[in-house]
Design a protein around this ligand. Structure first.
Ligand code: CAA
Length: 388
């Protein structure tokens, strides 16, 4: 039985910061951000969006009534969760009006969380072929104003429907995963922003990729030349390219050209959005599907997932017949085109707007957030959500 991605989409908030303006405000050569890091714009969420609302907004356009009835497992991967106890997926379950006889849980392992969810979903569908599983990865990447990580912030979510006989990508059973207890990036429970050993994290990302790729080559017969494209977790768009560079010389110049062009196409959305942590790998998959018109059924795609701390995984999937009919490229482009640019001072002001943490009530009276699902405030430590 084939199992895999039946539907896939993303959501990103309605505001962004221009990276050239950010560089100028910080006294940095803009080429460092646009070329050295590889980012043009950085999505920024209004106070009315959090990891719950962004995930729900990503899933909203994806599901029809049959899906809503058949989904009985809802998994949210996030590292910017809103509660230490209650799963964000429980709020999402209600906001989307899903079948009540369902399991709703949250998974955490940095940017790897959504991949863990997708693999768990695949194994669940293998045992329950009539079930559908909704997996989301949703995050706000925050390092702080005027920090080295600032240029690699972002916000957004992906939603993926995992089913049997998938219409977009059938996932293979060729997974290789790797765990190593390292301190490259983490966020203590008392901190709003991540702690990061920046250079070390980039070295570890590459190291994990090289180790996993060597093991993949040892265990499976596919070589790099068998892949139409490799999609990477993209904390910033230069990062995946650095990993790809470590193996690209092993193939012919024709294969190199294809893999590099497809890598470029897989990074187009991330260039406009920035790091969305758990959803980032799947944003690169969507970017490739939306932009590469020469893709065809049977093409093999590789996926490299990396979650700091660290857990990484490589696996592959093949494109299914008529997958193009289920790609929503125009909706994605519209979402990006309608965004509003924030001036640097407006971004800095908004960056410091936070919900109260002392139990007091805050009602967000007016909002310029066009999203269908929004946070409207907080009452006695309870976040209030609304589907407009
Ligand atoms: N023109 C063109 N390029 C320039 C330039 C200029 N004027 N000035 C600098 N550059 C280049 C540099 O040469 C460098 O390129 P290479 O990496 O190819 O050598 C690049 O721009 C970045 O410059 P620096 O290394 O000096 O940048 P930095 O030290 O200020 O910070 C960073 C970079 C470490 C990625 C930092 O932004 C950071 O800490 N980000 C958060 C952590 C992160 O994203 N880590 C990624 C791996 S961990 C992971 O993947 C999990 C996750 O999602 C967090």
């Amino acid at each position: 039985m084939k199992i895999g991605i039946d539907k896939i989409s993303f959501y990103t908030p309605a505001f962004y910061v221009d990276m050239v303006e950010l560089a100028q405000a910080r006294g940095i050569d803009p080429d460092k951000f646009t070329i050295g890091i590889g980012q043009d714009k950085m999505a920024f969420p209004p106070v009315t969006q959090d990891s719950v609302t962004m995930a729900a907004n990503a899933a909203l356009s994806l599901l029809d009534d049959v899906d809503k009835e058949k989904i009985d497992l809802i998994i949210l991967g996030t590292e910017s969760g809103i509660d230490q106890s209650k799963a964000g997926a429980v709020y999402i379950h209600r906001l989307l009006g899903l079948n009540p006889f369902a399991r709703s849980i949250e998974i955490k392992e940095a940017c790897y969380g959504a991949t863990a969810g997708i693999q768990m979903a695949k194994e669940y569908v293998a045992n329950h072929p009539e079930s559908k599983v909704l997996v989301m990865g949703s995050d706000i990447a925050r390092y702080g104003l005027d920090t080295p990580g600032e240029s690699t912030q972002g916000a957004g979510a992906v939603a993926v429907l995992i089913t049997k006989d998938p219409r977009v990508i059938a996932l293979e059973d060729d997974n290789v995963f790797l765990t190593g207890d390292i301190m490259d990036f983490w966020r203590p429970v008392y901190s709003e922003t991540a702690v990061v050993n920046g250079k070390y994290s980039t070295e570890q990302y590459i190291q994990f990729f090289e180790t996993i790729w060597a093991e993949y080559q040892r265990k499976f017969t596919y070589s790099l030349a068998d892949f139409t494209a490799i999609c990477f977790h993209l904390p910033y768009t230069k990062m995946g390219r650095k990993a790809l560079n470590t193996v690209i010389d092993s193939v012919s110049s024709e294969d190199q050209e294809r893999l590099l062009e497809n890598y470029r196409l897989s990074t187009l959305y991330s260039r406009q959005i920035g790091n969305i942590y758990t959803g980032s790998l799947y944003l690169s998959v969507i970017s490739l599907l939306d932009h590469q018109t020469s893709l065809k059924a049977g093409d093999r795609l590789g996926f490299f997932s990396y979650g700091s701390g660290a857990v990484a995984e490589f696996f592959s999937g093949t494109l299914q017949k008529n997958f193009q009919d289920y790609i929503t490229a125009k909706d994605h482009q519209d979402l990006l085109d309608k965004r509003k640019k924030l001036s640097i001072s407006e971004y800095e002001k908004r960056f410091n707007q936070q919900l109260p943490t002392d139990g007091s009530t805050m009602k967000i009276e007016s909002t310029d957030d066009p999203a269908e699902i929004v946070l409207t405030g907080i009452t006695e430590h309870m976040r209030q959500y609304l589907k407009k």
